[in-house]
Design a protein around this ligand. Sequence first.
Ligand SMILES: C[S@@+](CC[C@H](N)C(=O)[O-])C[C@H]1O[C@@H](n2cnc3c(N)ncnc32)[C@H](O)[C@@H]1O
Length: 269
Amino acid sequence: MTDYTEQNRIHWNARTAINAVSADRYDIAGFKAGKSSLGPIEREELSDVAGKSLLHLQCHFGLDTLSWARLGAVVTGVDLSDEAIALAERLSQETGLDARFLCTDIYELPQVLDDKFDIIYTAGGVLFWLSDLDRWAKIIAHFLKPGGIFYLQEEHPFLNVFDDAADVTDLLTRYPYCHTKEPIQIEGLLPHSDPADNQRGTEYVWSYSFSDILNALIAAGLRLDYLHEFSYGSNRRFPFMTQGEDGQWRWKDSANQIPLTFSLQASKG
Ligand SMILES: C[S@@+](CC[C@H](N)C(=O)[O-])C[C@H]1O[C@@H](n2cnc3c(N)ncnc32)[C@H](O)[C@@H]1O
């Protein structure tokens, strides 16, 4: 594990404890009562999961993984954070939803997992943490069965250029759009933490352009089935956003047409 990965593991262990009690972002009580944590886009686009084997990359503490299990998928969740995986396993036991969880760096997955999957799913703030998207795409192709599908739903890559600190009041460009080999170091209050606690963290992230994402999948031998862009998303990425009755976040200024989310499906021939 590189130093950056180890730093990010420490960072995500701290965020796991915060996220586990942040009912607005991760509603564990609602989930235990039977609510799905999945958003409307993925529910509609990835509708046929019953009986299928599903590998969830960067599953955090597994709410989405277990929500797919509730819909009949045979699930395996993978994440770097040992605290997140421990919580995922507890949630699986408490809810009686069958799931396998593995704690590993995504880049080490081929050394710890042998199976092949009908579906590989990853969503909701994932690409940012990956140091090498070409290797990531090859790992996806490796774990897919022939005819299997990869589904990604992610924050729009163009958003990465803007400052998303807790105190910003408007769109200000701050970060590069294009990928840089060295990560961007971000320090500040941990998202969803209580500002009074002043819990701060350091994270290392990498920006990827849209063409980086698509070309990585194409170079790994996958065929792009569709690419969609949406003007809403399930995450409050910037403080100056507004939440609709459907629970989705949008720009306050409706003249701002920058997409917030994209989804894609790619298949292995
Ligand atoms: C924003 S969360 C994923 C969000 C997920 N959709 C959710 O809402 O629960 C990002 C996750 O990526 C994981 N992660 C970061 N780098 C990773 C790596 N190299 N290998 C595996 N997991 C990684 C983190 O531990 C974290 O749980």
